[in-house]
Design a protein around this ligand. Structure first.
Ligand code: FDP
Length: 334
């Protein structure tokens, strides 16, 4: 069978009325930047890029050298294309406008350049997550942060790349979620799964159990019932997995189902949660919903939230639809 490259896929999508020429080119630039991040990640200790950068990001988290490098790769790659008005990143306090030397376009790009960075030094899969919004109409001056504060339902595209045993790009433009695998010899992303579908039911959950004693009562009850297995109210045994790279955990769920959750706990309650709404929760929610799954804060749909800040955090439950709805019921009935 003839293989379909990302370029061909995006061109055909555009002809079918999904996305503009600018969006297609923007996504190709992001994919190309991610290939470079994949090369840097793949070099490991030989590339001299492991370990701490010696700086903190806006959230007070220690930056790894690869966090900083990946951020620079994405910014450099996206500066000159003319498709974007500005970029925002987990690693930068404020959005970065496109430099004056280049034309500005009508899209806004948000990214977590290297998700799961605690796993870099131990050679476990990490990834990049990105979200594309349209710049609101009527803004001609410098891009303000408020232009980024659009609900997830406004995303025109979202994706993630996993740098694992193989490098994968998962993408949605709002009609289906599609998986591309990097052919490393040729250097192209090839479509390997069209219209990925997450099974509605699951018997597998992903959560950092070490936080159990800090969770809210409904979350405690939900997980107690999962752990009670066949003898408990759920009447079946559940398996648990936790990679601690959201991209890898979400990709497992996209492949075989499951529920991923980073709930509120008393250690992070003041921050509103652990995961960032704009460049982690929203793009993953879009991808998961487009694959037939669901994504909730535990008390409502993630993509319906009106963001209040660029680096806002939210509780996250996503994956197999029926299981996310069950977890939601525990919270809403409490
Ligand atoms: P990280 O901080 O290492 O980038 O983005 C947050 C995240 O990783 C997710 O990728 C991951 O699911 C989670 O945090 C891991 O949290 P724990 O350290 O609590 O396991």
């Amino acid at each position: 069978m003839k293989s379909i490259t990302l370029t061909q896929f995006l061109t055909e999508e555009r002809r079918a009325g999904y996305g503009s020429t600018d969006l297609t080119q923007l996504l190709e630039v992001v994919a190309r930047a991610c290939k470079r991040i994949g090369v840097a990640t793949g070099k490991g200790a030989l590339g001299g890029v492991l370990g701490e950068a010696g700086s903190d990001n806006v959230q007070g988290e220690a930056q790894k050298k690869l966090d900083v490098l990946s951020n620079e790769i994405l910014l450099d790659a996206n500066a000159w294309g003319g498709h974007l008005a500005a970029c925002a990143s987990e690693e930068m306090a404020d959005p970065q406008p496109i430099p004056d030397a280049y034309p500005k376009g009508g899209y806004l790009l948000l990214f977590d350049p290297l998700d799961g960075s605690s796993n870099i030094d131990v050679n476990i899969a990490v990834g990049t997550i990105f979200s594309v919004l349209r710049r609101p109409q009527g803004h001609r001056q410098d891009v303000s942060v408020n232009e980024f504060l659009q609900p997830g339902t406004q995303q025109v595209a979202a994706g993630y790349v996993v740098y694992g045993p193989s490098t994968l790009l998962v993408l949605t433009l709002g009609h289906g979620t599609h998986v591309f695998t990097l052919d490393r010899e040729v250097g192209s992303f090839i479509l390997t799964r069209r219209d990925a579908t997450i099974p509605e039911e699951t018997s597998e959950f992903a959560v950092n159990m070490s936080n159990q004693r800090y969770w809210e009562p409904p979350m405690q009850r939900y997980v107690d019932d999962l752990l009670a297995g066949k003898e408990g109210p759920r009447e079946r045994d559940f398996n648990m997995r936790w990679v601690a790279s959201m991209v890898a955990d979400v990709h497992r769920i996209l492949t075989r189902g499951g529920i991923f959750s980073y709930p509120l706990d008393s250690k992070i309650a003041a921050k509103g949660g652990k995961l960032r709404l704009m460049y982690e929760a929203n793009p993953m929610a879009f991808i998961v919903e487009q694959a037939g799954g669901a994504a909730s804060t535990g008390r409502g749909r993630i993509m319906d939230l009106q963001p209040e800040a660029l680096h806002q955090r939210v509780p996250v439950f996503l994956g197999s639809k029926a299981e996310v709805e069950t977890a939601e019921r525990y919270h809403l009935d409490a």
